[in-house]
Design a protein around this ligand. Structure first.
Ligand code: DGL
Length: 275
């Protein structure tokens, strides 16, 4: 089989990365995808950097064992901490993260150069968005905020309504007071809150969906590398794997994916010791 006909591998700490899969399917409808959700060890957003890097290496190795042509780190937290290690360790395939494309999209949208980022605690602590933004424009005025209640709200299906809006108002107040005109949704789950966030943030704030910008970045990167499948007529297939019992994932997957999902299989990850 030609390398360009192999599937693209995508991993996340759990189910949230399906928002990235959804956008990749939009951008590249004929590509086959292998998805790994590390549901047994979610969340990554509260874990220490060393743990996140080790988990990300194991997730990547699992995908490489499935013979993928590229790896997409859908998880913002894993992208924030693990990308340099993954690039060093796994040179055989290109590895794409979500932070650089999200930062690039935010810079294209902002007019007043005041940018907000909401994400998990680990992503905020990593300063990865700050580094990516400031590397391209050192006049950016950045406000970041971790929003730990948002992931559980989304997983409960509470993506709208007064409680969710009230939580969002609390989290976004300092960013809005700072006069941001652009807000990066720096976590896999936040695209599902897009409408509620838009209501609270108001029409003057442009929302940057890191899943959407990542999909464009992956499409562009694979095209440049000659790694897109060319004459496949059928729709691409998604093969989902999870590390915990598949039932919970299978019940919710369609909500994140925006289309019915095939049942997932249970994955056993390789153990990697980081020196
Ligand atoms: N996938 C994570 C992220 O995008 C959110 C959930 C978690 O904390 O693992 O940062």
């Amino acid at each position: 089989m030609r390398a360009s006909d192999l599937p693209i591998g995508i991993f996340d700490s759990g189910i949230g990365g399906l928002t990235v899969v959804r956008q990749i399917r939009r951008a590249l409808p004929h590509e086959d995808l292998v998805y790994l959700g590390d549901t047994a060890r979610v969340p990554y957003g509260t874990k220490s950097p060393g743990t996140v890097v080790r988990f990300a290496c194991e997730d990547t190795q699992f995908l490489l064992d499935q013979k993928v042509k590229a790896v997409v780190v859908a998880c913002n937290t894993a992208s924030a901490w693990a990308l340099p290690t993954l690039d060093r360790r796994f040179e055989a395939v290109p590895i794409f993260g979500v932070i650089a494309p999200g930062a690039r999209a935010a810079l294209a949208r902002t007019r007043n150069r005041r940018i907000g980022v909401i994400a998990t605690l680990a992503t905020v602590r990593s300063q990865a968005y700050a580094k990516a933004l400031l590397a391209r424009d050192d006049c950016i005025d950045l406000v970041m905020r971790d929003c730990p209640l948002l992931v559980p709200l989304v997983e409960e299906g509470w993506t709208s309504g007064p409680i969710t809006e009230s939580v969002l108002r609390q989290y976004l107040a300092p960013l809005l007071a700072h006069g941001i005109d652009t807000l990066v949704l720096g976590c896999t789950h936040y695209p599902l809150l897009r409408e509620a966030i838009a209501t609270v943030a108001g029409a003057g704030v442009a929302l940057v969906d890191s899943a959407e910008s990542c999909a464009e970045y992956v499409a562009e990167g694979l095209r440049q590398m000659g790694l897109l499948t060319v004459d496949r007529k059928r729709a691409g297939r998604i093969q989902p794997f999870v590390t915990d019992d598949p039932r919970w994932f299978d019940e919710l997957a369609g909500v994140f994916l925006g289309e019915p999902a095939d049942p997932s299989s249970q994955a056993t990850l390789p153990i990697i010791e980081l020196k």
